[in-house]
Design a protein around this ligand. Sequence first.
Ligand SMILES: NC(=O)C1=CN([C@@H]2O[C@H](COP(=O)(O)OP(=O)(O)OC[C@H]3O[C@@H](n4cnc5c(N)ncnc54)[C@H](OP(=O)(O)O)[C@@H]3O)[C@@H](O)[C@H]2O)C=CC1
Ligand SMILES: O=CC(=O)O
Length: 331
Amino acid sequence: MAAAFLLCPRLALPLRRGSRLLVSCSASSSDAAAGVGFQGRVGFLGLGIMGAPMASNLITAGCDVTVWNRTKSKCDPLLSLGAKFESSPAGVASSCDVTFAMLADPESAEVACGTNGAAEGMAPGKGYVDVSTVDDVTSKFISRHITSTGASFLEAPVSGSKKPAEDGLLIFLTAGDESLYKRVAPLLDVMGKSRFYLGDVGNGATMKLVVNMVMGSMMVSFAEGLLLSEKVGLDPNTVIEVISQGAISAPMFSLKGPSMVKAAYPTAFPLKHQQKDLRLALALGEMVSQPIPTAAAANELYKVAKSLGLADQDFSAVIEALKAKVQNSQQ
Ligand SMILES: NC(=O)C1=CN([C@@H]2O[C@H](COP(=O)(O)OP(=O)(O)OC[C@H]3O[C@@H](n4cnc5c(N)ncnc54)[C@H](OP(=O)(O)O)[C@@H]3O)[C@@H](O)[C@H]2O)C=CC1
Ligand SMILES: O=CC(=O)O
């Protein structure tokens, strides 16, 4: 079994005010990046809910960042902060020493492996760090493409949502090339609060899926509790308060509960991505013949939520699928 160890970068970092890393930027941007502990140009592919704040934190820390996104307009706020632009993933990879990718799903592997993909710009001495949530099969596929060029590959999916991404408080679940892991550690520490190195490619992806499988089921269970409490005449806000003081307290419940009661689902973690993670976790269970009935049931509810047009809402909108089920059963 792969060895896992946790490093607490908070203890090793130089200048922090609150939760943000501050780097003296008196000289050139690459000097400032050297202050972070990384020398070289950093590429960033994928500027969605997570990628944009992660890239932004690297720029704020003084790194020399080049960005690309399929929908080009999403690059604009980063360019205003000082990022450079390349018109293809291959262009980013060839002009940078290390390239990060924060993309939606296994289908997005084309960004690394397709025409004009990052692999085309890779070469010995360069590194590719995939921070997207995908399954181990996809991650190994991307790894093979990248390493066939002589470059190094690290998978590093993150735990933590939009706010932790903005605050530089993500948890990195890394696996793959250990020397690349050590090389990019200062960059991970700008974007995150902790990092695990889990050994061979696939272990980071798998860890992320296990964690998100638990999270997806927890959210469904919470939604059931909120709806049931209303049905039996309890105040769901009091239920949230009671939960927050007991053994099953979780930041997720306190954070999402109050807006769920108001039927508001401002997107931090898109529901379509939670359903993707459950789908991939179920495939993982299938691969090792492990029944995961609770996650399977939760997955069905997220699928219903998607069919109700809630794919781009926050995953807490899964409660609307339950409400629809209740309505149907009463007709
Ligand atoms: N949001 C969250 O709380 C968290 C998300 N994650 C994971 O991180 C990843 C990104 O999530 P998030 O930022 O929320 O997602 P978004 O949907 O906001 O962003 C997805 C990104 O992937 C790009 N993309 C999607 N498909 C393709 C494709 N076929 N080719 C090229 N680019 C593509 C999008 O480009 P375009 O702008 O053109 O659509 C966009 O840049 C996902 O794997 C998610 O599961 C992990 C932890 C937390
Ligand atoms: O993947 C989602 C998260 O919150 O972590």
